[in-house]
Ligand binder design. Structure first.
Ligand code: NMX
Ligand code: MLT
Length: 433
């Protein structure tokens, strides 16, 4: 039975050769021009980096290694991580081998718990998770190898070891964060032989007599794993990692980006917004009530969380997948019904509001459709995970798979330190004369 490391070791020479030839033949050609508005506008649409784990097509959404997300929604997180890294779905043996790799590495050092218990009681769960990841940096095998001296060709091996160590520990640490922060009892232990998603569900301590919560967790961890290379978390992880900072530094930096309300924290904001809406109207709102509430939010200078996207121009397939899960498992739940009703109303409201904005000389809202964060919270809430400031931690555990696989592949290719050229406003003004 080949380990993930052996599979990668067999593939990496070919990957390197391919990139070397591509650069030799086409290295001088242009793949993107940059407009002034893009330089001021978050580099939106600028093609300036490589990511082979997945792509996001504006009209289709996430495609992992050539496979549209909704066609691989049945895959478990272990299979997704393997797919991200190698481009192949593992067979049963390879999947079991990866699960055993996690079993060997899931023990969390005691000092992590000491640090978490020492944090202020009102710390945000994302701050707790990021701190725990960072404090484990002393475990980095990459740093040990680097300090002893290794060749560039070897970088990916200790990076993969760090990645496996961190992925194995993350569900334990993340569920521990939940239990400590919300006083649910002491952290629970990893169960050897149980898969990554079900282990996480189990260690949260949420009663799950039918196993449907574990099913949701696997889906959730699948859906949030990766979203190509330019999103804030992946891009930050990439930039920090490009300085040869190890995976603990790089992933923790990426997660700090995920903790922003325009990125991963939107899922916490979404459920807050839905509950506020239901509170105001005493349950599932009528369409007219919902429309008024949405306009009130917008006119108050706030964004509608869970709607809009920097790349997507259609309903996010991740949202569609969660909606389908809800329709199958909790169709009559009032929070879920509200989320579904929001989908009927908010895109129209955003379109109208966007037209008003354009008339007032402002930028249009480029995408009025829901993104991944619009629906997942209602499902978690239904199964008893009601502490919505925790939701971005779930996103983080999943997104770590994408960040880690991107980082390992970049180590294998010896990707250069990130250093785009910035220009000053004075420079832009001179160029335009
Ligand atoms: N509600 C209100 N206004 C919006 C929304 C929204 N949902 N989406 C975009 N806009 C505004 C945006 O704030 C900007 O206004 P201004 O020029 O006054 O700053 C204008 O529309 C143009 O922005 P876009 O080009 O449409 O969007 P951009 O690519 O800059 O940003 C998001 C993308 C996702 C940050 C933005 O749509 C947003 O803030 N959405 C709500 C927060 C959210 O759901 N984030 C989660 C993203 C997914 N994730 O998981 O990370
Ligand atoms: C993500 O999953 O990272 C978000 O949808 C944001 C993005 O792709 O920019």
């Amino acid at each position: 039975m080949s380990t993930l490391k052996e599979v990668l070791a067999a593939k990496i020479p070919q990957m390197r050769e391919e990139v070397k030839n591509l650069l030799a033949e086409h290295g001088g050609k242009t793949i993107s021009d940059v407009k002034v508005a893009q330089a001021y506008g978050g580099m939106r649409g600028v093609k300036g980096m490589i990511c082979d784990t997945s792509v996001v097509e504006p009209d289709k959404g996430l495609i992992i290694r050539g496979r549209p997300l909704l066609e691989i929604k049945h895959l478990w997180p272990e299979e997704i991580f393997y797919l991200l890294l190698t481009g192949e779905v593992p067979d049963a043996e390879a999947k079991a081998s990866l699960q055993q790799e996690y079993d060997k590495r899931a023990a969390v050092p005691d000092y992590v718990w000491d640090v978490l218990y020492a944090m202020p009681e009102d710390s945000h769960p994302m701050c707790m998770l990021d701190t725990a990841v960072l404090v484990m940096e002393r475990e980095s095998v990459f740093r040990q190898w680097y300090d002893k001296g290794m060749t560039k060709q070897e970088y990916w091996m200790p990076a993969l070891e760090d990645g496996l160590q961190l992925l194995a520990k993350l569900p334990v640490v993340a569920s521990g964060v939940y239990r400590i922060r919300y006083k649910k009892g002491t952290p629970l232990a990893w169960t050897p032989g149980l898969d990554w998603g079900a282990n996480y569900a189990n260690m949260l301590g949420i009663p799950d007599p039918t196993g449907t919560f574990a099913k949701l967790m696997r889906l959730y961890l699948n859906f949030h794993s990766d979203h190509e290379g330019g999103n804030v978390s992946a891009n930050t992880c990439h930039t920090v990692g490009s300085a040869l900072s190890d995976i603990y530094y790089a992933v923790s930096a990426g997660l700090n980006g995920l903790a922003g309300p325009l990125h991963g924290l939107a899922n916490q904001e979404c459920l807050g917004w839905i509950l506020e809406l239901m509170d105001k109207f005493g349950g599932v709102p009528e369409e007219k009530q919902l429309r008024d509430f949405a306009f009130e939010t917008l006119r108050g200078g706030k964004v509608i969380p869970g709607y809009g996207h920097a790349v997507l121009r259609v309903t996010d397939p991740r949202y569609a997948g969660f909606l389908e899960f809800g329709k199958e498992h909790l169709p009559e739940d009032p929070v879920f019904k509200t989320v579904a009703r929001v989908y009927d109303v908010v895109p129209k409201v955003l379109k109208e509001y966007s037209e008003e904005r354009v008339k007032a000389g402002k930028a249009p809202i480029a995408n009025c459709w829901p993104n991944v964060d619009a629906g997942s919270g209602s499902l978690l809430y239904y199964y008893g995970l009601k502490e919505f400031p925790y939701y971005t931690v779930l996103f983080s555990v999943s997104r770590s798979m994408g960040m880690i696989s991107q980082l390992v592949l970049n180590r294998a290719l010896g990707t250069a330190i990130t250093r785009p050229k910035s220009v000053s406003t004075e420079w832009v003004k001179k160029q335009m004369k």
